[in-house]
Design a protein around this ligand. Structure first.
Ligand code: CP3
Length: 338
């Protein structure tokens, strides 16, 4: 870990990869997807995990593979039924956050195909490439578990928080412990970078931002370090606004993902200088038909990060209509930039 981060910090390498790079924008993905009716069966099938993880490396000269998985496997392993309805996103069974729930253990046995897939992926990729394992941050997991689905504003979750503050803290604490278990599991299997997705951190009421946006991630990272997990850890506090700065100082992550909405110039001036940055490119730009528009944006980021430790990436996941040729064009621009 350390040597790669030092190289990055000394600006000797300019790594690149793309959030959600294995997803639906690659036609071959659908062939793998169609092997399974249920999306979670896909996420728990060793061969399909290997195939989907390696797929983007066949199209793109990138520095990392991201494990094909999903953050909602964690609630699944806690016994909450998760289904994915076509074009509707995830649907989670309604659960009572009660004493019985707090006693539930995370079924790591369910994840055996992931461990086996990681072994296989590691054998197939160059040792110079990273394999990124990940989990959802406790706040984002709690949002899905309480709301039961994706939502624009997570009203049900926030109502639950304001009405049951103590229980909510207990839930976040439980999920924090499980995130440590899950990430350690992926690390021991062979993941070389870990990432914590707080995709809904923009829904945390201001009063609780430090409690739920920063402290759980800090606890996860600190506990992993106590367990001798030595790889770089990336945090994604999505659309966290000015809280990004405090997050960069206090969350213990090594790398902070900057979303597409954030002013990169401001972020680079203000974030903790010991933290590496990643991201900021608007993923929707990859659906754009005008190459000069794409070029301007890529150059804007390359120019701003010229003397910084920055991993080129999108500021949120690639969308299903992202164009393969645009991703390839961006990679060429980065490689030819000096
Ligand atoms: O490169 C990759 O695509 C790697 C795998 C990956 C998936 N999910 C596969 C997936 C990763 C890194 C995730 C993380 C994830 N999952 C997040 C955090 C990142 C983010 O986008 O903010 C979140 C919030 C989820 C929860 C989730 N899973 C949702 C909301 C959905 C439905 C819509 C969507 O975003 O795709 C999923 C399903 C899902 N996870 C798909 C894939 C490829 C699509 C399923 C399908 O093929 O129908």
């Amino acid at each position: 870990m350390i040597s790669k981060l030092v190289k990055l910090r000394n600006n000797q390498i300019k790594p690149k990869w793309f959030l959600r790079q294995a997803g639906r924008h690659i036609p071959e993905y659908h062939e793998i997807r169609n092997r399974h009716e249920n999306f979670l069966d896909f996420c728990l099938d060793e061969t399909s995990i290997v195939d989907a993880t390696l797929l983007p490396l066949k199209f793109y000269k990138i520095d990392a593979a991201i494990l094909f998985s999903d953050i909602l496997l964690l609630p699944h392993c806690l016994g909450q039924k998760v289904t994915f309805k076509k074009n509707l996103g995830p649907s989670l069974e309604e659960i009572e956050i009660n004493e019985e729930f707090f006693k539930r253990k995370l079924s790591l046995d369910t994840l055996l195909p992931i461990k086996k897939a990681i072994y296989k992926i590691k054998k197939k990729i160059s040792p110079l490439k990273e394999l990124i394992g990940f989990c959802g941050a406790p706040w984002t997991l709690a949002c899905y578990m309480i709301e039961g689905a994706s939502s624009k504003d997570y009203t049900k979750t926030r109502k639950f928080l304001w009405n049951n503050e103590k229980t909510y803290f207990k839930l976040i604490n439980k999920l924090t412990n499980h995130c440590v278990e899950l990430l350690e599991y992926q690390y021991l299997a062979g993941a070389t970078v870990l990432m914590i997705f707080d995709s809904w951190s923009n829904m945390i009421p201001d009063k609780y931002w430090v409690n739920f946006g920063i402290e759980p991630t800090k606890l996860i990272v600190d506990r992993l370090r106590e367990k001798n997990v030595k790889c770089p850890i990336i945090g994604l506090p999505f659309k966290s606004g000015e809280m990004l700065i405090q997050y960069s100082y206090e969350s213990s992550v090594d790398i902070v993902s900057i979303d597409w909405k954030t002013n990169l110039n401001w972020a680079l001036k203000n974030i903790n200088k010991n933290v590496v940055s990643q991201g900021n490119l608007d993923p929707v730009l990859l659906c754009c038909s005008n190459l000069s528009v794409i070029k301007d944006e890529v150059y804007r980021i390359l120019n701003l990060t010229k003397d910084k430790c920055h991993i080129f990436n999108v500021g949120h996941g690639l969308t299903p209509d992202a164009q393969i040729k645009n991703v390839q064009y961006i990679i060429k621009l980065i490689d030819n930039y000096s």
